[in-house]
Design a protein around this ligand. Structure first.
Ligand code: NAD
Ligand code: ZN
Length: 366
């Protein structure tokens, strides 16, 4: 069991990771809030509830009221939030109610946003069940939903009371989801933690074989990186940007393939391959370092093949909402275990990096 502290100007809470948290949740939450309120709601998806609902409910004297969100990005919408809010109101939810978001990143983002706006905000707890949500989306307080016009366009900052990342839950996660989530851990390692780079290189079989000790180590280290960055820059004014390594072209790939071909982590994996090439060209990392880090990415692959043109990706990247005032903010690794943000990446440079990434995808799938 490991505890990582998040401490920002607006919130202080613990992220706890280890095995067996789901089945011991009620006493753990009581330790934070005192007595549980009269109404406890759990926002989850039918699949997760079928797998883990019994274990989840076991530790509560009175079973929480379950509210269901159908799986898939297509349900991460305002209308889902409205539906859930109405179910809460109907079931007597008030300002003292507690909400638990129990599922992957989609459940976490929707559940967190619901908690942020229901009666102007109620307390909530994150219980992430995918690797990606454990190491990334449940930590940092960002909540929200998609619009047809773009992803995550409506949302808020609302920190949970605590995050319980149960490694046992990963036992039922499909392999592809595990590998994709691990790309965010690779990212964390590259930008902030060279010890984690080495650990992930040396323990690939243990991690992919879901050895609990190896997973706990990777998950705790990744959370520590995210929490460390968020503690210094809660609202993404500066440093928090480095968490977007691989995301400029990653988002472009997701957008160009209409969110249907690649999992987010896979797109980020390819985006990091491109970023490493750009960094090598600029000399912020050596060829050797670029090679080593790209190999690490592929160790946790295979990343899917890519069928898209570089020019299309550059155009898609130009629409990236993270680019303020047309300036391209691009995250570059600096050596191993550090990263910085530059603002002067040209379209041509980005296209070269995208070409390299596409060529690697062709080579690896030849
Ligand atoms: N708020 C943030 O800071 C932040 C950061 C990164 C990503 N996100 C968001 O996270 C979302 C992606 O999250 P995700 O990758 O967890 O995807 P997801 O929530 O869609 O979960 C992936 C799939 O795994 C299933 N699943 C979840 N846990 C399982 C388990 N233990 N066993 C078996 N199946 C399980 C889900 O039902 C789903 O089908 C995106 O919407 C993204 O925008 C948010
Ligand atoms: Zn990401």
């Amino acid at each position: 069991m490991q505890t990582i502290r998040v401490e920002t100007p607006s919130a202080r809470y613990d992220v706890i990771t280890g095995s067996g948290l789901i089945s011991t949740l009620a006493p753990r939450i009581e330790r934070i809030v005192g007595q549980l309120p009269r109404r406890v709601f759990v926002v989850t998806s039918p699949e997760i509830w079928a797998l883990w609902g019994e274990a989840f409910a076991g530790s509560f004297a009175e079973a929480p009221i379950a509210l269901f969100l159908a799986p898939g990005e297509g349900h991460k919408t305002l209308s889902s939030v409205e539906k859930l809010a109405r179910q809460m109101a109907e079931a007597g939810g008030d300002r003292g109610s507690l909400l638990i978001a129990f599922g992957g990143g989609i459940v976490g983002d929707v559940g967190g946003f619901l908690a942020a706006i229901y009666m102007r905000g109620i307390p909530y707890v994150q219980v992430p069940t995918t690797l990606l949500s454990q190491v990334d989306s449940s930590v940092g307080g960002k909540t929200g939903v998609n619009l047809p016009e773009g992803k995550n366009l409506v949302g808020n900052f609302h920190h949970p009371l605590a995050v319980f990342a149960d490694i046992a839950a990963l036992g039922t996660l499909p392999d592809r989801e595990l590998r994709a989530g691990l790309m965010e851990s690779v990212k964390a390692a590259i930008i902030r933690d060279r010890t984690l780079v080495r650990f992930m290189e040396e323990h690939v079989n243990d991690v992919l074989g879901r050895d609990p000790k190896a997973l706990e180590k990777v998950i705790a280290a990744s959370i520590r990186v995210k929490a460390g960055v968020v503690n210094l820059d809660e609202r993404e004014n500066g440093l928090r940007m480095i968490l977007n390594l691989g995301h400029t072209l990653g988002h472009a790939l997701e957008q160009a393939t209409h969110y249907k071909v690649l999992l987010h982590g896979e797109a980020v994996g390819w985006g990091m391959v491109a970023a490493l090439h750009l960094a090598k060209e600029r000399g912020t990392i050596t060829s050797r370092q670029a090679e080593r880090l790209e190999s690490l990415i592929h160790l946790y692959g295979p990343l899917p093949p890519l069928k898209v043109r570089a020019a299309k990706l550059v155009a898609a990247a130009g629409l990236d909402k993270k680019n303020i005032g047309g300036v391209r903010r691009f995250v570059l690794p600096l050596g191993i275990g550090d990263a910085g943000v530059v603002q002067d990446v040209s379209a041509a440079e980005l296209e070269t990096a995208a070409e390299y990434m596409l060529a690697r995808a062709t080579e690896l799938h030849a």
